[in-house]
Design a protein around this ligand. Structure first.
Ligand code: HPA
Length: 272
């Protein structure tokens, strides 16, 4: 990846973003964009104003970076994410994590929408990501080694920090939300899967499937961040339900879940 791309992007963030470490960073995926509401906005930047990034191309993805104050904490939210399938390159996908790293952020919350494979899951359920399968076979660390992004061969034993997952569970329990631990399978998309693929992923141990999160998670893990992964099941995966899949269903299910997302984040942040 091209470091100059990140250096240029960093220049459009005001000094206020770098003067004190960000405590928690969020990358808010499909339908999650406005699930955070904090006391005070320190700064906001539209994606269109970040050199190289440009406006979001996917429905359900807003395109704004917001730095909030929450009591004595600083919370940064990337409202809307970039996917590898949009441009076939990694820079825009990892830009949010790289900017958070430069802002001194050590705790990252990654969210997404997914298709449910585990038969216990219903649309509207949360899955607290315990581990993942990178079925894409590619990742953003392929290329020349950059020491600022960690070791050449980073350990991936605990990508999603157990302690953060436990806090997320405690919050979900407290709020009586349906949430289970699960393995997230990543495919590049933009295709939905075939029923045969879903059967194969199920046999490999996947509980949910989606087109995001894993690239940011492996990059952030290599950089030494603590990570929480949270998925909203918006539909049953291909072949699990007989219905054809479409993005409107994903966006609709996420909209319905918005009050629960807000409550979950609020409770989770109060435990940090
Ligand atoms: N497959 C892949 N990505 C998804 C799905 C799905 O069924 N639902 C939401 N994102």
């Amino acid at each position: 990846m091209n470091m100059e791309f990140f250096d240029n992007a960093a220049q459009c963030f005001p000094d206020a973003c770098f003067t004190r470490p960000v405590d928690v960073g969020f990358v808010l995926g499909s339908g999650w964009s406005d699930a955070l509401e904090m006391d005070e906005i320190i700064t906001r930047i539209s994606y269109g104003d970040i050199p190289g990034l440009g406006a979001s191309t996917v429905k359900g993805h807003a395109g704004e970076f917001i730095l909030y104050r929450r009591g004595s904490m600083r919370i940064a939210a990337w409202c809307g994410r970039r996917h590898y399938y949009e441009e076939g390159r990694w820079e825009n996908v990892v830009l949010p994590v790289e900017m958070l790293r430069r802002m001194g952020c050590s705790t990252l919350v990654l969210t997404n929408a997914s298709g449910g494979i585990n038969p216990a899951l219903r649309p509207g359920d949360f899955v607290i990501i315990r581990d993942h399968l990178n079925l894409a076979g590619i990742n953003p660390l392929i290329g020349p080694h950059r020491p600022e992004w960690g070791e050449r061969f980073p350990d991936m034993t605990e990508v999603y920090t157990r302690r953060l997952a436990e806090l997320m569970h405690a919050s979900a329990n407290r709020l009586s939300l349906r949430a289970m631990d699960g393995v997230y399978a990543y495919t590049t998309g933009p295709l939905y899967e075939t029923p045969a693929e879903i059967m194969a992923y199920k046999a490999q141990g996947a509980d949910v499937v989606g087109m995001s999160t894993v690239p940011e998670a492996v990059f952030a893990k290599a950089c030494g961040m603590k990570i929480a992964g949270l998925s909203l099941v918006t539909n049953l995966a291909a072949g699990i339900s007989r219905q054809a899949l479409d993005h409107a269903e994903v966006v609709g299910a996420a909209a319905e879940a918005k009050p629960r997302m807000k409550a979950l984040f609020e409770n989770f942040l109060s435990r940090l």
